[in-house]
Every structure is written in C-alpha cells, then in structure tokens.
Ligand binder design. Structure first.
Ligand code: PEP
Ligand code: MN
Length: 365
C-alpha cells in the first residue's frame, strides 16, 4: 500500500518522530530505539543536510549520517524519512535506502529546486512529503505537488509547518490554519501531517498545536525528538525527549469524525439554528449596505469624500472596546469591521462614480 494511503486510511494519527538533526550514530540510533520501544511512531525522521538561516550554524553531518538513520530503521523495523533539497541529496538518499523523502519549507518556495528534485526522481517509486512553503502561498504549495505528479510520483503527503513572520510573540512560524484547510479542499485525497515542532518553536506549545491539528482532523504529526533536547545541535528549544513525546501523545484527545445518529440529530438541530442566525446576519448586512448607499448619495450630492477618517476611527475603537462583551477576539472584531467597511466603500464608490457606458457598449445595446 502506498504511504499516503496508509496515512490517510490507517489509524490516526500517523506519527513521524526523530531528531531535528542526526548528530552521531549513537544519538540517532538511541533516540530512534527509545521512540520505537514506546511505540510512539510509525516512521523515523532525521535531518542530514540542514537548511540553516545563517551560515556558520551546524549544517548537518551530511552523507555519513545516512547510514545511521537507515540502521535505526532496520533495528526498529520502522520506515525512515529525511529532507532532500537537491539532486545530489536525492541520489545519495536513494542509494542509502531511505524509505521516503521530504521537501523542506525553504525548498518548496523555489520552483527550480522542486523541479530539480522531481526530475531526479523520475521513474523512481518512492513516497514524497511536501512541507508548505515558508510564505503563505497556496499555489506554490499546490505547484510543488503538480511538479512531482508530472514526473509520475503520486505517493504524496503534505506537511504543514507554519509560515514565517517577523518577530511573532507566540509562534516561530504562524499556523494560519486556513491554508492547510484550503489545501485539503483542493486535494482531498492527499493526507496532511502537522509539524507542531516548527510551528511552535518551543516545546511548551507542542501539545496545544498537536491537539488543534487533531481537532482539525489532520492525519498525523511530525515531532522532533532528541535524547538531550537542551544540548541539540539544532532547534534545541523545540525538541522533546522520547518520554516527552509519549507524554504529549498520551495527553492528546482523539475526537472522531464519526457521529452517532443521536448526536448527529442534536448537532443538526443546533446547526439549523446557526443557519438561521447566519441568514439574519446576511439580511442585516443587506440592510446595512442600503444605509451606506444612502450616505453615499448624500456625500455625492454634497461633494464629500467617501472616507471620513475620524468617524471611522471612532467606530472601530468603539467596537474594539466592546469585543470582550461580545465574547469575540479583538483580532476578529477588527477583521470583521474592516471587511464591512471595505464592502461599504465599494457600495458608496458605485454610487459616487457610476461606471460610464463606453460608446462600443452602446452599439451592442
Ligand atoms: C526540519 O524539519 O528540521 C526542517 C528544517 O523543517 P522546515 O523545512 O519545516 O523548516
Ligand atoms: Mn528542525
């Protein structure tokens, strides 16, 4: 059975664990054996070539580490995966007998690199996992899948590892869950694994992100696991020990998508009410836009600009101050009000600057 089918249809969640980087034979094998002993993973990972942001950091042990992770796989009877970023990595990984490959976030952003890897894999039957690009660009992520499919690699899995932003106070890479959800919509057969390690950047957040991914029905998790995380040569803040990994996995609540008929009918009843409220919301928005248009007519007739900055600042601050009362986050209130405001401006613009008919439009009348 293909790996993607196994991940999609097997028992959830499919766990991939192992160190951020293979550092020594002993470190790689001991941590993988411990993970296997705890029954914590269905696949082992290790970074061999590390794409580091700044030069001078540990850039991976390179080729010699391949044998360590392959041996760890043999000793534990588990399949293995490593990151490849160019043709030479692919060739060495295939020669060493690595079971599957993953494309890192810094590679998915680069169509030349993705194409080079795809070309190197032409005619080879190996599963490939594709991390999201570092920037939140769904097309770029989808494009990488298409490049592999075009050369005949169809055993594909997605890995969601978050998106980089400047100085975020909580995450190393913001999850922007709407992107993996959009990917699921476009590629419903492709399994998707969450990588809470690179999203969170710190081990204290791993559980929270993993639980969220499971609640969103992700198919698995990739969690960096190290025998001595504090002294890891890369990503030390986000790695956990095999015992820490077990603790996280034991604590996750796995909710099912299957619902009993009794619960389903209760949910349906409430959903109907939600639908009614949504109907009211849209009817209210319709009414609201009609008032906006009336204001637009007055502005047009009196030659006043659409945007009245002071007025808008007052409105938005008022709503933001009350967000607690509505039990809404200020971020949501802001986005919601901005969306209404944009739409309202669109309605007023149409009133103030009605599209003039072009002469060739007139001809076809
Ligand atoms: C990794 O998995 O160690 C890694 C480098 O990940 P990413 O491509 O998500 O940064
Ligand atoms: Mn890492």
């Amino acid at each position: 059975m293909s790996l993607s089918k196994k991940i999609k249809e097997g028992n959830r969640p499919f766990i991939i664990a192992g160190p951020c980087s293979a550092e020594s034979e002993q470190q790689t094998i001991s941590v993988c054996q411990e993970i296997a002993k705890n029954n914590s993973a269905q696949m082992l990972r290790a970074g061999i070539w590390k794409p580091r942001t700044r030069p001078g950091c540990f850039e991976g042990v390179g080729e010699e580490g391949l044998e360590w992770i392959v041996n760890a796989g043999k000793l534990t009877n588990l399949p293995t995966t490593i990151e490849v970023a160019k043709r030479s990595h692919v060739e060495l990984a295939l020669k060493a007998g690595i079971s599957s490959l993953w494309i890192g976030a810094r590679t998915t952003v680069n169509p030349f690199a993705v194409q080079e890897i795809a070309d190197a894999l032409k005619g080879v039957n190996i599963p490939v996992m594709i991390k999201n690009p570092v920037n939140p660009d769904l097309s770029l992520w989808l494009g990488a899948f298409e490049r592999f499919e075009k050369v005949g690699i169809t055993d594909l899995t997605a890995i969601h590892r978050g998106f980089s932003v400047y100085n975020h106070r909580k995450y190393r890479n913001v999850p922007s869950w709407e992107l993996p959800i959009a990917l699921k919509e476009k590629r419903s057969q492709t399994p998707i694994i969450c990588d809470p390690s690179h999203i969170s950047g710190k081990r204290e957040l791993l559980f929270e992100v993993s639980q969220k991914a499971m609640d969103l029905n992700f198919d698995g998790l990739m969690i960096e696991t190290h025998p001595d995380p504090d002294n890891a040569w890369s990503d030390s803040n986000q790695q956990v020990t095999p015992a820490g990994l077990k603790e996280i996995l034991d604590a996750i609540i796995f909710r099912s998508q299957q619902v009993s008929t009794d619960v389903a009918s209760q949910i349906d009843e409430i959903r109907e009410k939600v639908g009614d409220v949504d109907d009211q919301l849209f009817e209210l928005l319709y009414e609201r836009m009609k008032f906006s248009e009336q204001v637009g007519q007055l502005k047009r007739d009196n030659n006043i600009t659409i945007l009245q900055e002071e007025h808008w600042t007052k409105i938005i601050n008022n709503r933001l101050n009350n967000s607690d009362e509505y039990r809404l986050t200020p971020v949501f209130v802001r986005q919601f009000m901005d969306a209404i405001h944009q739409e309202s401006i669109r309605h007023q613009t149409a009133i103030m600057n009605p599209k003039k008919k072009r002469s060739d439009d007139a001809k076809s009348d």
